[in-house]
Design a protein around this ligand. Structure first.
Ligand code: ATP
Length: 513
């Protein structure tokens, strides 16, 4: 099995080679942690966004979507707490001059211990076979117990230094754990400092009158400040939700994981406004619902896990991440946060405007509580793309590279291929393109032998190939080839739209929720 680094490198190079993701301004040697989506990437990203939007907005009578501006009044970020508290602890290694997030260094160290435990468990499972009692092994094996105790101790200390904002304690923790810089291998660390992640900019023509602004670091605040406008104009009753997708900007300290952590990225967020006191039940509901959305894409239940937060943000009374098994291990993909009335109350007090809801059943006004689901579109892209990329051994001893994207998300749904470039076959293929393009994004390809064209479409993630051959002229049928199984069947040209629709339709996938 290829190691994690190799797998990840393959993902990055495949994304470039097949027109999914390019480095931004590559001809100028790129810009760190900024990426461009290419011809296929833009389609995949749009399809993921659409899959989310349909599940959230279209399928829920009580959720509506908005599209707020990236620029917001600067007081927004005072009220939200971002000006004072949107910081990450950073630390530099004096030998490599590399900068790290102190919390990530500790978390990665802890994750390595956890991986050792999983290795021990896997080994024992293999050795004992059916007789293996995993729970008992975890409870009693001395190595596992020692490592688990270490993990618990690290978690406790990490939570404490974060809660106390104890920067000296943070450094001490890194020293005590003997964490070394992955590049220089040295323990020569600077002190830990706080770093604000917001990008500043200016609004206005002249220097004197210009107003200091921030590029929004999250889309959520655009929803909170519009809460009452939306509620009044939609006449929605609590509980109801407001969804939004859009760009967010963070001056991330460390951004070395391709599109996992970017400085400009896109979020898909939904804020659900509820009656105070009902947050526990809605928290549970949205955790379950969001996991189901992920599972509907069929990327394997074993690749997801919940991580309940030990350290809660100042505004939250419960929070969990849905983590996904990326090529570099389990990492956060989505957050589900019970935010209480923090945001709306803060905006009330900073704006002086009431942001309350009149509850007719209770016959009183209150500031609603909020349940948030927040997922990074680019991270979701990476999850889907990295899981889909596979090297398959074939029966004839060769291998093929195949991008098994869920067909609902695939950028191109079908490739239409004339077997040869003559005898009127290209013309028939072109009429099939005309027939299909009203329903799906399709492509035409006549270059190279058909086997090579199949491989190219496999690597591109195209779920169907349609081959026009000489028999087509007689009986109006074509060969339909399935990307994943490579099965081929003969079908009528007139049936193509219906056959493809059945497989790639959002409904077919979302119904699995
Ligand atoms: P992390 O701990 O990884 O920095 P976070 O907890 O700060 O993430 P949130 O503020 O909860 O993230 O943002 C919600 C979602 O937005 C995350 O789950 C992630 O999918 C996405 N996201 C956050 N920061 C980035 C980034 N720099 N690049 C890409 N996606 C991001």
């Amino acid at each position: 099995m290829a190691n994690q680094d190799d797998t990840f490198k393959k993902v990055i190079s495949h994304a470039k080679e097949y027109g999914y993701v390019f480095q931004s301004s590559e001809i100028y040697d790129g810009l760190s942690a900024v990426y461009d989506y290419a011809q296929n990437g833009a389609e995949l990203k749009k399809n993921i966004r659409d899959y989310w939007w349909r599940a959230m907005v279209q399928m829920n009578e009580n959720i509506v979507g908005i599209d707020a501006a990236i620029f917001m009044h600067p007081t927004t970020w005072k009220a939200s707490g971002h000006v004072d508290a949107f910081n990450d602890p950073l630390i530099d290694n004096k030998d490599s001059k590399k900068r790290y997030r102190a919390d990530v260094l500790v978390e990665d160290f802890r994750e390595k211990i956890s991986e050792k435990i999983e290795k021990d468990v896997a080994k024992a499972k293999k050795r004992f076979g059916d007789a293996f009692d995993e729970a008992q092994f975890r409870d009693t094996n001395p190595n596992v117990k020692r490592r688990q105790a270490q993990i618990d101790d690290i978690t406790e200390r990490l939570t404490k230094v974060q809660e106390d904002e104890d920067l000296e304690g943070f450094k001490q923790l890194i020293i005590d754990l003997g964490i070394v810089c992955p590049l220089s291998g040295s323990k020569n660390w600077t002190d830990v400092k706080q770093f604000n992640l917001m990008f500043g900019t200016k609004l206005g023509a002249s220097a004197e009158s210009a107003m200091d602004l921030y590029l929004r670091p999250e889309t959520a605040q655009g929803i909170f400040v519009n809460f009452l406008n939306v509620q009044k104009t939609s006449r929605l009753k609590i509980p109801f939700g407001i969804a939004q997708t859009g760009k967010a900007f963070r001056n991330e300290i460390v951004a070395r994981q391709f599109i996992f952590r970017m400085r400009e990225f896109e979020q898909m967020e939904m804020q659900f406004f509820i009656k105070p006191g009902t947050q526990a039940e809605w928290y549970k509901h949205w955790k379950e619902t969001r996991l189901k959305w992920h599972l509907s894409l069929g990327m394997g239940e074993e690749n997801y896990r919940f991580h309940d937060h030990e350290k809660l943000a100042h505004y939250a009374d419960a929070a969990a991440d849905i983590e996904f098994k990326f090529p570099f291990g389990f990492k956060e993909l989505e957050g589900i946060h019970s935010r209480t009335d923090f945001d709306l109350s803060q905006h009330e007090s900073f704006s002086g405007k009431k942001l309350q809801y009149f509850d007719h059943e209770e016959n009183k006004s209150y500031v609603p509580y909020v349940l948030e689901t927040s997922i990074g579109l680019d991270r979701m892209f990476l999850a889907v793309f990295s899981k889909a990329l596979q090297e398959e051994e074939l029966e004839n001893g060769t291998t093929r590279t195949v991008l098994k994207l869920p067909s609902v998300l695939a950028p191109v749904k079908a490739a239409i291929l004339p077997l040869v470039k003559k005898d009127g076959l290209p013309e028939i293929a072109r009429t099939i393109v005309e027939q299909l393009k009203w329903d799906f994004n399709v492509t035409y390809d006549e270059k190279d032998a058909v086997g090579r064209r199949y491989r190219r479409q496999d690597a591109n993630g195209t779920p169907f190939c349609i081959t026009v051959d000489h028999d087509t002229k007689d009986d109006n049928t074509v060969t339909l080839r399935y990307r994943d199984s490579m099965a081929q069947k003969r079908v009528k040209i007139e049936d193509l739209n219906a056959i493809i629709k059945k497989e790639v339709d959002v409904r077919h996938w979302l119904e699995k929720m």
